[in-house]
Design a protein around this ligand. Structure first.
Ligand code: AHM
Ligand code: MG
Length: 280
């Protein structure tokens, strides 16, 4: 696991450099979710595959930017799913973006997740690694330095409600309105990495990307985005559900499957469970 952690750190430093210098051009290719890839998406995907391929314990990798999984080492025991540059369309407006990693033992699948990690490229580069504990690291003078352990509170103050409101279910809108009426503050950048990072570091709240009329299975991908963040949130003392059940009890039929998702501290997630079990 140390070798994987190291390879992720090296990838993060290389990706930071690529973000700093690369022109934001669209490529001629689409990814498996039908989105046109930026050249930067493809470059970051290659950087991570290249660094992970140097680690013998990595059996297979899969990426939001690759249609199929790629086998690296027959004898390896870890399977790594990653989103190389989540929120990449925010780079040209200079908002924060991130990389997300899920580390599975034996095969991809929520039950096999043993660690998760994400990197935020903002004014500073930070990394959160969740294994037994959830630890925050800051890139300083070329190295990632440990900063602190992260724990979520029972109840927070921030609300990050994703998805096009026009397409929300009525009960979902009523629930979000209810949180705002209770004093929650809106914090939504359109990048799940910085949005979830902010909620984690500021003690709690709720990030949601629900099922909508145009996206009944949500937008965010199980393996590349939802499972890894669910692992981080649970290890930090929070919760992650799809509306009714724990995200980490969900299966997946295809690598690029999506799921509605809610991440937060206990108080807010409890409310989601109540509302969704009475309506959906
Ligand atoms: P991406 O992987 O194509 O970058 O999309 C994922 C991003 C998340 O970071 C963010 O939470 C979500 O898309 C925002 O979607 P929307 O624009 O519908 O609010
Ligand atoms: Mg993504």
């Amino acid at each position: 696991m140390d070798a994987i952690f190291n390879a992720i750190q090296i990838s993060a430093k290389r990706i930071k450099k690529a973000i700093d210098v690369k022109d934001i051009g669209y490529s001629q290719q689409e990814n498996s979710s039908g989105e046109t890839q930026l050249e930067l998406d493809i470059q970051c995907d290659m950087i991570i595959e290249e660094e992970l391929s140097k680690i013998d314990s990595v059996h297979t990798v899969s990426s939001e930017e690759k249609e199929h999984a790629v086998k690296l080492h027959e004898d390896g025991k870890y399977f790594i799913s990653y989103d190389p540059l989540d929120g990449s369309s925010l780079v040209d407006v200079n908002l924060s973006v991130g990389s997300i990693f899920g580390i599975y033992k034996g095969d991809f699948g929520s039950q096999n997740l043993v660690a998760a990690c994400y990197v935020v490229y903002g004014p500073r580069v930070e990394m959160v690694f969740a294994h037994n504990k959830v630890k925050l690291y800051l890139l300083q003078a070329g190295d990632f330095e440990f900063v602190k352990e992260i724990r979520l509170g029972e109840k927070g103050k921030l609300m990050a409600p994703g998805g096009t409101q026009q397409n929300w279910e009525k009960y979902h809108k009523a629930m979000i309105d209810g949180f705002f009426a209770e004093g929650y503050r809106l914090r939504y950048s359109g990048g799940m990495v910085p949005d979830l990072h902010q909620i984690l570091l500021k003690g709690g709240g709720l990030f949601s990307y629900p099922a909508t009329s145009d996206k009944p299975e949500g937008k965010l991908r199980r393996l590349f985005e939802v499972f890894p963040f669910a692992f981080v949130y649970e290890k930090a003392g929070g919760e992650a559900i799809d509306g009714k059940q724990r995200v980490l009890d969900l299966g997946h039929a295809n690598l690029h499957d999506t799921s509605p998702c809610f991440f937060g501290s206990h108080y807010e997630v409890q409310r989601v469970k109540e509302v969704y079990s009475n309506n959906a």
